[in-house]
Design a protein around this ligand. Structure first.
Ligand code: UDP
Ligand code: UDP
Length: 270
């Protein structure tokens, strides 16, 4: 195994058996920090990695996203739904970048016969997320552990469906191992849907402590509801998530508790 640090916006000449494209920040605060770089990463990155897979005649995986459905009118979202995406909003760099990447994948498949594997990933969480990731599960856990206010954007009635990271990785592997007639796009996520307020209450009940729930403004174009229809993944990949929110939160809280305790003991030693 060899690790190299490389920007996918630049061509990449390596010899490999498979290409897995997970490049691109996925947290709204991070992908909106440099939105032009976000679109370039998804679009130019896809072109370079598709060129690589074409030369090597090897399978190529694309981490796409539930954001291709935008603020959806169809609920839950099946892969056949074309979505409701604002092309000129603050989320567009991510949503349209990932949509264009899907287009490139399917055109390389049709035009050059590439074996593509496109997964549409729904909200995922778990250990080894960054404390400053900025997405809701890690934010709420870190805030609760530190006794800080828990920041609910809007009224907290918007929903998400949270998938534990190990389940997602199993889904990736099942998709890559599926036969050469399976290309997706296929939804990978956990269909159990929660309001953001419910999530805050569950995290607070588990962590305990003195945090208050506070409301902050809802960001522009924040989707109101999201739940994957995973019939296709069940049928074609024999996959479904196993770890539900209670257990996944326990494991993720334990992880962040360690991270925060270790940081506290390091600063106490200084
Ligand atoms: N590419 C790459 N690594 C390779 C092969 C191609 O990064 O091993 C890049 C290449 O620089 C090109 C892109 O992938 O910009 C698309 O390649 P493709 O062969 O599809 O297009 P072309 O080179 O004909 O423009
Ligand atoms: N959210 C929130 N507080 C936070 C972070 C996020 O209420 O500290 C909300 C956010 O407005 C959205 C939902 O939680 O409605 C999921 O946000 P996240 O950034 O995790 O993912 P995405 O919006 O990309 O699904």
């Amino acid at each position: 195994m060899e690790f190299i640090r490389h920007d996918v916006c630049q061509p990449l000449h390596v010899e490999v058996d498979e290409v897995w494209n997970l490049a691109c920040p996925a947290s709204p605060v991070h992908y909106q920090h440099d939105p032009v770089a976000t679109t370039k990463t998804s679009v130019i990155g896809a072109i370079n990695l598709l060129g690589l897979a074409k030369r090597l005649k090897c399978p190529i995986f694309q981490a796409s996203t539930s954001e291709v459905y935008g603020d959806p009118f169809v609920h839950p979202q099946p892969e056949s739904y074309w979505g409701n995406v604002n092309p000129v909003g603050i989320r567009s760099c991510y949503d349209e970048g990932k949509r264009c990447a899907e287009t490139l994948f399917f055109d390389y498949h049709r035009q050059h016969g590439l074996d593509i594997k496109v997964a549409r990933i729904f909200n995922t969480y778990g250990p080894r997320m960054n404390e400053r990731d900025g997405r809701v599960v890690s934010n709420f856990i870190v805030q609760a552990l530190r006794g800080e206010d828990i920041t609910i954007y809007g009224d907290g009635q918007q929903t998400r469906s949270f998938c534990y990271v190990d389940d997602l990785v199993d889904g990736f592997l099942a998709l890559m191992d599926a036969g050469p007639d399976v290309h997706g796009p296929v939804n990978l996520g956990n269909p159990n849907e929660f309001t953001i307020r419910e999530l805050a209450e569950r995290v607070l009940a588990k962590v305990g402590g003195r945090s208050r729930l506070v409301k902050l403004p809802l960001p522009q174009d924040d989707p109101m509801q999201r739940q994957p229809d995973i019939s296709l993944a069940r049928e074609r990949l024999g996959w479904e998530p196993r770890i539900q929110l209670d257990e996944g939160l326990d494991r993720t809280i334990a992880y962040f508790r360690d991270v925060i305790d270790q940081a506290a003991s390091r600063s106490a030693m200084r």
